[in-house]
Write a protein that binds this ligand. Structure first.
Ligand code: FES
Length: 502
């Protein structure tokens, strides 16, 4: 099944493919919410802008999110105060609160009908032991002088909690309807949008850049890499600084009256709740089952886990959509926004938005656009993309190094413990044939799809995701469907296909 947002949109966010060479002021690589928001602000300021998107607009991370617009990014402010300082935490909070207002201003100014509604956002716990963490977060946020926060023990959820931290006046919307409105404004201000257009490289030449697609080029003074995961490996080295997390979402018709508010619990296993509108009625979105992309999930059936959760409270509910998504997470949990690298002036990036892409992408768009316009942005220091601060998350950094070494070298030498006959229908695995690793998937009828299970990004050995029937990369999170088609970056090339049953 496809994302609820994609299913519920009666319009296709598809534009022409780029078929000629072009010249523009700003070339934006990626048509998710960050790239489109940059294009929106820039075209309003009179810049010529070209967006190049590999798929359709908003079809990947933006269209697979839960679309909560909130300053609450988990229990984060206590972490920020302890890891940085109070000013840093306060500025981070202010930047996010401003982003909520900015999004509302855009919606009002452009008259975008996107089911935007203010909602309170809650981080809750049902465990007595975790209550102290919630209370610590409440004290941290109060110490920043934020008035819209309170500790509560009662919520609209259909089960009891021990306590929650509530941020008032947060919001939710339909992300693709929002992108439709932005795209309408961009094109009416002479911005150009191309979809089904894959960028394969960007090169600096004198004082401009050439962005290469498969068959054409775009020449521009500025480039913004808005492709979720920065795919240009050197310089930038973003593949050493971030990992990706996959999570799963279901949309449920509960056949009951639903609550108000947006919710997420504070510790694993994560469950996130919000409501959404479908044909005048409210449906429930539940997300969770998070795991590092390319690593085995601890829940064999992640969608089943979510469905069971829904059935506990709404026994007659019906699942109407299910989908997975993934997010880039930096090692210090702060997004990277600003110059792509110190040696590439006028090339910008916004990435590592964790699971909070709507406020983060608006902040990032404002920072990048201000840089292009030559304005100072008071929040840019928070997200400095070229920072070389000591990495605080040493454990995760070690994990990345060990995982990359294993997937690049050691796992490739290991003999797979499966053989062809042991692979069940509707499942996949890596086997060895004549000393070569082969990725095999057998569909429900036993039809065979055989691919080279080596990631086309930097060559790591892929792993099989039995929940989504995809080949996932444990190194930097690229994903490929069982036919070998690339569905998520940083890789942009498909897998080599060895064999497909006809
Ligand atoms: Fe980098 Fe696969 S995503 S090697």
């Amino acid at each position: 099944m496809e994302s609820f947002w994609i299913n519920s949109l009666n319009k296709n966010l598809e534009y022409d493919k780029l078929e000629d060479n072009q010249e523009t002021d700003v070339c934006i690589v990626g048509g998710g919410v960050f790239g489109v928001t940059c294009a929106y602000y820039l075209t309003k300021s009179g810049y010529n802008v070209t967006i190049l998107e590999k798929y359709k607009i908003g079809e990947k991370t933006t269209g697979h999110s839960t679309a909560k617009i909130t300053s609450q990014h988990g229990l984060f402010y206590d972490y920020l105060i302890n890891s940085y300082n109070k000013k840093f935490a306060k500025d981070y909070l202010d930047a996010n609160e401003e982003a909520i207002s900015n999004i509302k201003d855009i919606i009002d100014n452009e008259k975008i009908s996107c089911d935007f509604e203010y909602q309170n956002n809650y981080i809750y716990t049902t465990s007595k032991e975790e209550l102290k963490d919630i209370k610590k977060e409440v004290s941290a946020v109060e110490s920043l002088g934020f008035q819209n926060c309170e500790f509560v023990t009662k919520t609209g959820l259909p089960f009891d909690i021990k306590g929650a931290i509530c941020f008032k006046h947060q919001a939710q919307f339909n992300p693709l309807k929002y992108l439709c409105g932005l795209c309408k404004s961009i094109t009416s201000n002479n911005g150009k949008i191309y979809t089904n257009t894959t960028v394969i490289d960007v090169k600096q030449e004198n004082d401009y850049y050439i962005t290469y697609t498969e068959n054409n080029i775009v020449k521009s003074k500025y480039v913004i890499i808005a492709s979720h995961y920065p795919f240009i490996n050197f310089p930038g080295f973003y593949f050493t600084k971030m990992y990706q997390s996959t999570s799963y979402v279901i949309a449920v018709d509960t056949k009951k009256t639903l609550f108000n508010g947006m919710y997420i619990n504070c510790k694993s296993p994560i469950f996130s709740y919000r409501t959404a509108k479908l044909d005048g009625k409210k449906v429930l979105l539940i997300a969770g089952g998070d795991h590092k992309t390319g690593h085995p999930t601890c829940y064999k059936d992640s969608y089943g886990l979510l469905e069971n959760e829904a059935k506990k409270y709404y026994p007659n509910c019906e699942v109407i959509s299910k989908w997975s998504t993934r997010d880039c997470i930096s090692l210090d949990k702060i997004p990277y926004v600003g110059s792509y690298s110190n040696i590439m002036p006028n090339m910008f990036v916004g990435t590592g938005f964790k699971k909070w892409g709507f406020t983060c992408s608006n902040i990032a768009a404002n920072i990048v656009v201000d840089s292009i316009l030559g304005k100072t942005n008071k929040y840019s220091y928070l997200f400095d993309s070229t920072r070389l601060k000591p990495i605080k998350n040493i454990d995760e950094m070690k994990n990345i190094i060990v995982q990359s070494a294993n997937s690049l070298l050691l796992d490739k030498l290991k003999k797979p413990n499966m053989n062809f006959d042991e692979i069940n229908n509707n499942s996949g695995s890596i086997i060895e044939i004549a000393n070569h690793k082969v990725g095999i998937y057998k569909n429900a009828e036993g039809k065979i799809y055989a691919v080279n299970p080596i990631c086309t990004h930097l060559g790591c050995l892929l792993s099989w995701n039995d929940v989504d029937k995809t080949w996932d990369c444990p190194c930097h999170g690229s994903r490929f469907d069982y036919t070998g088609k690339n569905i998520y970056d940083p890789a942009f090339k498909d897998l080599e296909v060895y064999y497909t049953d006809t």
